[in-house]
Design a protein around this ligand. Structure first.
Ligand SMILES: Cc1ncc(COP(=O)(O)O)c(C=O)c1O
Length: 412
């Protein structure tokens, strides 16, 4: 099987580092995907479940832009809704009625939602949620989960990252996932000063297995937070509309006060949303939070079309079914080469790890060898499926995975 080379990507990267810090920053940085020589850096085009890099190499996309492309690249229904709106108006000097329609749609779709608010990125709405919690309670502290990610604002970044100061974390308490005892202790230690608790619906850190909520975890958390008047925030930026159309809390059977959505909400068009309960509506109205592009109507039209399509397709169940099929095949192929591929998290956005090598180097090597052959796999992050992934894509991926294990094995 042919392995790819990336001379054009490398040449563009040389140009990039001259004028852009790190060349490519943030989650698209090549750094977490070793060896970097196995990965393309710059894309040229994308369609459905595939993308092509600047060297013309074709990849089956298992990252879906790190989550947004839930219906696949260039979905015609969503693109047409977006373009129709763009022909009318996008960033105008007054608000668009698409905003009202989208809020009405979310209030209808998400059981806990009595109102909705729109921004651009996930961090815009996780920040807003925390501000609402503080405004509503008059308290300071926010409890979050160790290894949980809610965006790049200073309070959300892990302590020790460059550019942070101690004060950024002064009011943030990090506790282990699935640990009720520590949550209770943190609440008691800061009696009457905990404004909010923020967590993802299940734990999906990088470089580590995903962990589902333990039986009874969410109902106990909900009870505890209610007892102490603490605002319950679910960061559904990554999982939202992948686990359940009503918010991932519906999948796990609990009711938060605020839910943050982004990524899959508009199939790649830039928009995020915060939805919340009636009791927090007046606090939300008092908090000043806005941005230059937060009223752009094109992405709102795209979000409406995306949500309607996801509902029509019963996307969460479809993605789960596709995920199970892909994962069973990969696990079987790994086994045939004498390896154990551990799959954790929801099947349609699972995290994978070859367990024989705890250093993750073998796993990184296998992901790199798959990527070089056309299945775009990262080794440190959960993958994402789209409704556009087909059985043919999976068969090709299994063939690649098989060949990649031989590639890995031949260097042992
Ligand atoms: C769970 C979670 N919350 C928040 C964010 C931040 O979103 P954004 O990068 O759009 O600000 C992310 C991004 O990956 C995320 O996965």
């Amino acid at each position: 099987m042919k392995t790819f080379e990336y001379p054009q990507s490398a040449a563009w990267f040389q140009r990039a580092v001259q004028v852009i810090p790190c060349g490519i920053y943030g989650h698209f940085s090549p750094a977490p995907c070793p060896p970097v020589s196995a990965y393309p850096f710059f894309g040229a085009r994308a369609k459905g479940a595939r993308f092509w890099d600047v060297d013309g190499n074709e990849f089956i996309d298992y990252m879906c832009a790190y989550g947004p492309m839930i219906l696949g690249h260039g979905n015609p229904v969503v693109d047409e809704a977006y373009q129709a709106q763009m022909r009318e108006a996008d960033s105008n000097s007054i608000a668009s009625t698409r905003m009202v329609e989208l809020a009405e749609y979310l209030v209808d779709l998400v059981p806990i939602a009595d109102w909705a608010f729109f921004a651009k990125n996930g961090a815009d709405v996780t920040n807003y949620a925390v501000m609402i919690a503080r405004a509503a309670t008059g308290r300071s502290k926010i409890i979050g989960i160790q290894g949980g990610y809610h965006g790049t604002s200073p309070w959300m970044q892990a302590p020790g990252h460059h550019g942070l100061i101690e004060a950024d974390h002064q009011h943030v308490i990090r506790i282990p996932w699935n640990d009720l005892g520590t949550l209770e202790q943190a609440i008691n230690r800061h009696a009457n000063d905990v404004a909010g608790f923020i967590a993802t619906p299940y734990h999906h850190p990088v470089f580590a297995d995903s962990e589902l909520p333990a039986d009874g975890y969410w109902s106990s958390v909900e009870k505890l937070l209610r007892k102490h008047g603490i605002v319950f925030i679910i960061d559904d930026v990554r999982c939202g509309f992948r686990l359940h159309m009503g918010g991932s809390c519906e999948h796990f059977g609990f009711k938060p006060d605020l839910i943050c959505f982004c990524k899959a909400i508009a199939n790649g068009y830039p928009i995020s949303a915060l939805v919340g309960v009636e009791a927090l509506k007046s606090a939300a109205a008092k908090v000043f939070h806005t941005g230059s592009y937060w009223f752009s109507a094109g992405p709102m039209a795209a979000a409406l079309a995306t949500l309607q399509e996801l509902r029509r397709l019963d996307a969460p169940n479809l993605l789960r079914e596709k995920g199970r099929k892909l994962n069973d095949g990969l696990v079987r192929i790994a086994k045939s080469h004498g390896y154990t591929l551990k799959v954790t998290g929801d099947p349609g956005m699972a995290y994978y790890r070859i367990t024989e090598d705890p250093s993750l180097m073998l796993h990184q090597d296998w992901c790199a060898e798959c990527t070089r052959r056309g299945a775009f796999f990262t080794s440190h992050h959960n993958w994402f499926l789209s409704t556009a992934h087909t059985d043919e894509d999976f068969q090709r991926t299994w063939d690649i995975a098989d060949a990649a294990f031989e590639g890995v094995g031949s260097r042992d």
